[in-house]
Design a protein around this ligand. Structure first.
Ligand code: ADP
Ligand code: ZN
Length: 733
């Protein structure tokens, strides 16, 4: 059918029809190629084409553009044996490219990351457990554990999953402890079963679950905001929507932030549906990526849980997208193609004509307003599951009663931690700052340690004995003598990070089992293990950054202490209040998720009168949102107006400055769109690039992208100058 439609669009006079092929590179658009007579392609076919001296992959995008003279047109070299990309995926690529102002090829690159998958799977040998060896080493045990958990695997994948060397697997196989099977191709993912184990839902949960399931059964695009307090059972509720997808024979995509840390989520999924979902995140090995991409292209994956890039998988039959923790800033991709996966998920669902569910306890202001104004369908869950109640939140005024000299925790906070341990429960101390101290200076001369390549202080990581820049990753050993005056032993750590809080709390409770967790510590596997230990109750005190704040369900956690509730409020960006509210209510919401004891959170602050903190303490979320919305509306800020940032950077500051001056001279006049700047970006130098910023502000319906395109049209970046466009910026650094 598809092919017929395509042939009808072909110019009739040619013997060899031409087509346009989009190549996954940052080129201005597709190029024309000829289809050799023996070859059959349709729009969406993945092909290999000559580009300069190379052969590259590309996708047949449509009929020929006709811009290339006939004698210069080269022929497609190969049509790959892989199902063509669906029309809705191609439209998605074009839509995203248009919206974020990236070359379509750069967006297509998000789809084409796994070229190994463009060829049919090769026959392979997989291994499964046979007789366990008499001599069972720890490494061998991990091999058997991995097989028990994930089933038969090829040798390299098995070694990786078990964290052992290839020789361990090889020896076990040769000795007959592993049985080999030859497979003609990929192992299919197991099929989740809608009715495997239904959970008895509360009346409130059931009412929402029924509505979502009905929306899925109906299909058709609509955005649903699943707005329920922490611990309300949002996951259980949207599982019912997934069950409806399975019943309808369609496919479901769940986007999660911090996907690599969510072992618990996978277990819950398996308990409900009888098998784990397929996964997509940066931690997957090459073989897993290839298999997953290919199986999706073949339309054989029913449910996949993924990071934001899973939006660009070659879905054919999407019936539902779920964005869990939709408010999370991690959905914004900041480098390469700059996009917000939450917003693009809504677009993707619209193109699939399927519903999308945004789930959260603290909606983004954008989603809140969309629900309030009826653009999204709002569903509320107001109570925690069972007898569990929301935590009580208390503010501690640090001006009135500061911590003792050299300490960061007030005595009441320490006492609460002690009380939780005594009750055989867990306490969490939260500080959104990695390392030991954010600033290191010399007490003799006052020298402050700064990154050589960024306008940023070096952060001490005492456990690793390093100073590190959190913007570029540059590290140095902690110096013995001051770099500036040479005095020894005079370095002073200023301010706390999680490591320092850990040191302090261990000083109070040396016997307690304390786990410290931040994104830079120990790698994903170690972090996942730490989280599993916390869930299993094998820790008394947890000290952590935001990676501990999101989504986890720690049954024994009853006290949360926030070391510095003011931390996010100071930087004055558009979303400072909103993000602080979201983060702190998330972290407070980790406590008391079981009925046994009510959760309690204590927030240390120097400005407890701040509206964000007052709203947290009183639990008046919607009141806070309404005031924040009123302020945004008055200032015509998002979601009532739109922003875009243009960042110019250059290793040579004069080059950069000259470029932004030229740009400033050519700002097109416009009645509604305002251009602020150029100004040095808030962090004026990162990785030795000097940064300048224009900020554009426009009413919601103004043609912002068209305006920017018109402005930038005459400019070509030269020398070290780079220009990036950020539509709907989230970070203002
Ligand atoms: P949320 O995502 O809203 O924070 P969860 O879905 O994680 O909430 O649910 C919180 C806890 O309550 C989980 O341990 C979950 O298994 C449990 N729970 C929620 N609803 C039910 C239910 N209807 N029956 C049994 N357990 C439930
Ligand atoms: Zn740096």
């Amino acid at each position: 059918m598809l092919r017929l439609e395509f042939i009808l669009h072909m110019p009739e006079s040619r013997s060899m029809p031409n087509v346009s092929v989009l190549i996954p590179l940052a080129l201005p658009g597709p190029y024309d190629y000829a289809v050799p007579p023996h070859m059959a392609v349709v729009p969406g076919s993945i092909v290999r084409v000559p580009l300069g001296p190379r052969h590259v992959y590309g996708v047949v995008w449509g009929g020929a553009e006709g811009a290339t003279p006939e004698h210069k047109i080269k022929a497609i070299v190969e049509a790959c044996q892989v199902p063509p990309l669906a029309g809705e995926l191609r439209r998605f690529v074009d839509w995203v490219a248009n919206y974020v102002m990236a070359p379509p090829g750069a967006v297509l690159r998000q789809v084409m990351r796994v070229p190994d998958a463009f060829a049919p799977p090769k026959p392979m040998t997989v291994f499964e457990a046979a007789d366990a060896p008499a001599r069972m080493t720890a490494a061998r045990q991990r091999v058997f554990d991995a097989l028990a958990e994930r089933g038969a695997m090829a040798a390299p994948e098995l070694a990786r999953a078990a964290g052992v060397s290839a020789s361990v697997v090889k020896t076990l196989a040769q000795a007959g402890h592993l049985a080999a099977h030859d497979l003609p191709g990929d192992i299919h993912f197991p099929a989740p079963a809608a009715a495997h184990k239904r959970v008895a839902l509360s009346d409130e949960q059931k009412a929402v679950a029924d509505k979502l399931a009905a929306a899925v059964a109906r299909q058709g695009f609509a955005t649903h905001l699943l707005d329920g307090v922490t611990g309300a059972g949002k996951t259980e509720v949207y599982f019912e929507a997934i069950a409806a997808v399975l019943e309808g024979g369609k496919k479901a995509l769940i986007l999660l932030p911090e996907i690599s840390l969510t072992g618990q989520f996978l277990q819950r999924f398996e308990a409900r549906f009888g098998c784990p979902p397929a996964l997509w995140h940066s931690g997957l090995g090459a073989a897993e990526r290839r298999r997953t991409w290919r199986e999706i292209a073949e339309n054989r994956v029913s449910v996949l849980v993924g990071a934001r890039s899973a939006l660009f998988l070659p879905w054919r039959d999407l019936g539902l997208i779920i964005v869990d923790e939709e408010h999370d800033g991690g959905f914004k991709q900041e480098d390469g193609v700059v996009y917000n996966a939450r917003d693009m998920a809504v677009v993707r669902a619209r193109l699939a004509d399927a519903p999308v569910i945004l789930s959260t306890a603290t909606p983004s202001l954008e989603s809140y307003v969309n629900a309030r104004d009826g653009r999204y369908e709002a569903h509320r869950l107001t109570a925690r599951h069972g007898a569990a109640r929301l935590p009580q939140i208390e503010l501690v005024d640090m001006r009135a009663a500061p911590p003792p000299q050299g300490a960061w925790l007030v005595p009441q906070m320490v006492a609460q931690v002690g009380a939780a341990i005594k009750r055989d429960e867990q306490a969490l101390l939260f500080l959104n700052r990695r390392g030991y101290a954010p600033l290191t200076l010399c007490r003799a001369c006052g020298h402050r340690y700064a990154c050589p390549d960024c306008d940023a202080w070096m952060v001490e990581h005492r456990f690793r004995k390093q100073l590190q820049c959190h913007h570029c990753g540059h590290v140095e050993p902690v110096p013995k003598n001051c770099h500036s005056c040479g005095e020894a032993e005079k370095l002073a750590a200023c301010g706390p990070g999680v490591e320092r809080i850990t040191e302090e709390i261990i000083g109070h409770f040396p016997e307690a089992r304390t786990i410290v967790l931040s994104s830079d510590m120990g790698g994903v596997v170690a972090q996942r293990e730490a989280i599993a230990r916390i869930e299993a109750g094998e820790a008394d005190i947890i000290v952590g950054t935001q990676i501990i704040a999101k989504g986890h369900d720690f049954p024994k956690l009853s006290f949360v202490g926030v070391v510095d509730a003011d931390l996010g409020l100071g930087n004055g960006d558009l979303r400072a209040a909103e993000r602080t509210y979201q983060l702190l209510s998330q972290v407070a919401g980790r406590s008391g998720r079981r009925a046994e004891s009510r959760g309690f959170a204590m927030l240390q602050s120097h400005m407890p009168e701040h509206p964000v903190l007052q709203a947290l303490a009183s639990g008046d979320r919607d009141g806070f949102f309404e005031r924040e919305i009123a302020a945004r509306e008055m200032a015509e800020m998002p979601p009532f107006g739109r922003l875009a940032a243009l960042i110019v950077s250059a290793t040579n500051p004069d080059e950069g400055l000259a470029f932004v001056r030229q740009m400033a001279a050519k700002i097109p006049p416009h009645g509604e769109i305002r251009v602020l700047g150029p100004a040095p970006a808030p962090i004026a130098r990162i990785r030795n690039r000097y940064r300048y910023r224009f900020l554009l502000k426009a009413p919601r319906q103004a043609p912002l992208q068209g305006y920017i395109a018109q402005w930038l049209e005459p400019f070509k970046t030269r020398g070290s100058v780079r220009l990036s466009v950020d539509i709907d910026p989230y970070n203002f650094l």
